[in-house]
Design a binder for this molecule. Structure first.
Ligand SMILES: [Zn+2]
Length: 307
């Protein structure tokens, strides 16, 4: 865990970081990524400042995103930004530990929404795909994309960002061929649009959001490394539903046992949408469309009160 050694107040550090990054963003274009120093910040502060900045960036750039070059630059900028965020976060909250994974997923959720807005603005202005593949660059891009692991039925933040970065690399390969870039650029932006539309579609109702949150548990566990020995081989044990004492927050809780060294980690995974369902006594928010998916997972275990 991070040891806080400096007397700097987190709010001051947060405000300074925000100002520095905002200045970097508005100064002479947005091509250069700024390294993040998250010293003295909590994961929730990092998530707040980065999602605020990403949201501000998307709102600023969106009116220009009907233009192919502008939309492409915006997506590529955000991919690079996310890599800098991850690098900075990993120093203080390792991305193979619960806190870092949770914060990183929250940032990736904001990114997915930003990518969706940009690619939708592009597609609305560009209309149907209109670039003929006269030189083979588009074919090269599509061949690479076919090798992508994809995002599955319920895209989670981590896999959604990974798919977009995969697409960026496929585009770089197509561009490096020196052939018709416009067709490949257009295909990449539509690919980003399709991936993120699926991400958004999987979250249109409270019940779907809950299912997506449950789906993401597997993806947290897949990244989690034993802090004692470094192994990524867990016996997940029995799953319980838990309400934290003094709150109405529902969690899935498990005792994870490292198969290599035997150390045990109690993992509490917050279920925000399930918590809302229980607070409101409904699985559907007012105005939400009915969905025909399976009933929400009420957890295979019994509810238990914790500490
Ligand atoms: Zn271990």
């Amino acid at each position: 865990m991070l040891q806080r050694s400096s007397p700097v107040h987190p709010r001051i550090a947060l405000a300074s970081l925000f100002v520095v990054l905002a200045v970097v963003m508005v100064a002479t274009g947005v091509s250069a990524q700024a390294f993040r120093d998250y010293k003295d910040l909590k994961p929730s502060d990092i998530v707040q400042v980065e999602t605020d900045l990403l949201g501000a960036y998307v709102r600023t750039i969106l009116p220009q995103c009907g233009d192919r070059a502008a939309a492409l630059e915006a997506v590529l900028y955000m991919v690079s930004e996310r890599d800098m965020i991850a690098l900075g976060m990993d120093r203080y909250f390792p991305l193979d530990q619960i806190e870092g994974i949770t914060a990183s997923d929250a940032v990736d959720d904001s990114l997915a929404r930003g990518f969706f807005a940009i690619s939708r603005a592009y597609a609305a202005a560009a209309g149907p795909a209109s670039y003929a593949d006269t030189t083979g660059a588009l074919n090269l891009f599509h061949r690479r994309i076919e090798e992508s692991p994809g995002v599955g039925g319920i895209p989670v933040p981590f896999s959604t960002f990974a798919a977009i970065r995969f697409g960026r690399d496929a585009l770089a390969a197509a561009r490096a061929s020196g052939r018709n870039e416009a067709a490949a650029d257009d295909a990449f932006l539509r690919y980003v649009g399709e991936i993120t539309r699926r991400y958004m579609d999987a979250r249109t109702t409270l019940r779907k959001r809950h299912q997506a949150e449950v789906r993401n548990e597997d993806w947290v566990l897949a990244r989690l490394r034993c802090a004692e020995c470094g192994a990524q081989d867990w016996d997940a044990g029995a799953l319980f539903m838990k309400i934290k004492k003094g709150t109405s927050n529902y969690h899935h809780t498990r005792d994870l046992t490292c198969r290599k060294c035997g150390s045990v980690l109690t993992w509490d995974y917050l279920l925000p949408s399930y918590t809302i369902m229980n607070q409101l006594g409904t699985a559907r928010l007012p105005g939400e469309p009915p969905d025909s998916t399976a009933p929400a997972d009420s957890g295979p275990g019994t509810e238990r009160q914790a500490e």
